[in-house]
Write a protein that binds this ligand. Structure first.
Ligand code: ADE
Length: 257
């Protein structure tokens, strides 16, 4: 996966993503990260990239020309490797809300371009010309698109083989089957009088698996009733749901998963 980020604050992205798991994956060559400073593409002699909004109003608007030229430069770079026009994601609270399904889907791309806005936004004309996806990371307003781009890059990268140490962990954790992850424990067996659940020390793999699945169900029911309702359950799940939660019917049921 090759990430291209169009931003006025490239150092923010570079610093944030060159550490830990993502930094290691970049080092290994599984991911590449190219931050382009939009300011480098301005044709104005004072280096301006923004101006007052036509029609009046508060704040400044990022101009079309530097954004467009920056995009062209990225396309040329990508074109050299022969993969055609990339998807361009504009980070905005007006976009579709980012989730794990979108994250997995975007992980299939070979190149992704992120456009980070600042000030009151970007001239609409260049957005219409280059943006393929409008994406929000949640219903709140941030000062720019850099943090959302970093959030998305972190999440998308976890779905790319080789980025996590063990490929299994991306599959068994929260959201992978529509449920939240079960609780985890490590040494010591007792901490401030609290013991690790006996089943986890039993070495009985089938029992451990059943206990974890039940904990996932319980946790999702308590913390995310919206996800609980949409998940798919089988016969063994239903036994637990009836006995523990007193719920007789669920929306999605299959005999055996
Ligand atoms: N830019 C400002 N706020 C944002 C948000 N919530 N999601 C994506 N981009 C943004």
């Amino acid at each position: 996966m090759n990430y291209y980020v169009m931003t006025l604050f490239p150092e923010m992205i570079e610093q944030g993503l060159h550490t830990s798991v993502i930094g290691r994956a970049i080092g290994k060559g599984i991911l590449s990260l190219h931050c382009e400073n939009i300011r480098d593409y301005t044709k104005e002699k004072h280096g301006h990239v923004d101006d007052y909004p036509y029609g009046g109003g508060a704040g400044m608007v990022m101009q079309a020309q530097p954004v467009y030229d920056c995009y062209q430069n990225i396309c040329e770079k990508i074109g050299e490797t022969g993969t055609g026009k990339p998807r361009v994601i504009y980070l905005t609270p007006q976009g579709k809300t980012f989730d794990q399904t979108m994250s997995r889907e975007l992980a299939q791309e070979e190149n992704l371009v992120f456009l980070c806005g600042h000030y009151e936004g970007i001239d609409e004309r260049v957005l219409e010309m280059i943006v393929t996806d409008y994406v929000s990371i949640g219903d709140y307003v941030l000062t720019g698109g850099e943090l959302p781009a970093m959030v998305m890059i972190d999440s998308i990268s976890r779905n790319i083989p080789g980025v996590l140490n063990n490929d299994i962990s991306a599959e068994t954790e929260s959201f992978s089957d529509g449920l939240l992850e079960y609780p985890q424990y490590t040494r010591p067996e007792e901490f401030m009088g609290q013991r690790v659940p006996d089943v986890l020390l039993s070495g009985h793999h089938a029992n451990i698996e059943r206990w974890r699945r039940n904990q996932s169900i319980l946790r999702t029911y308590e913390r995310r009733p919206d996800l609980f309702e949409e998940a798919v359950y089988d016969k063994k799940d239903m036994k637990f749901i009836r006995e523990e939660l007193g719920i007789q019917r669920v929306k999605h049921y299959i005999e055996k998963k």
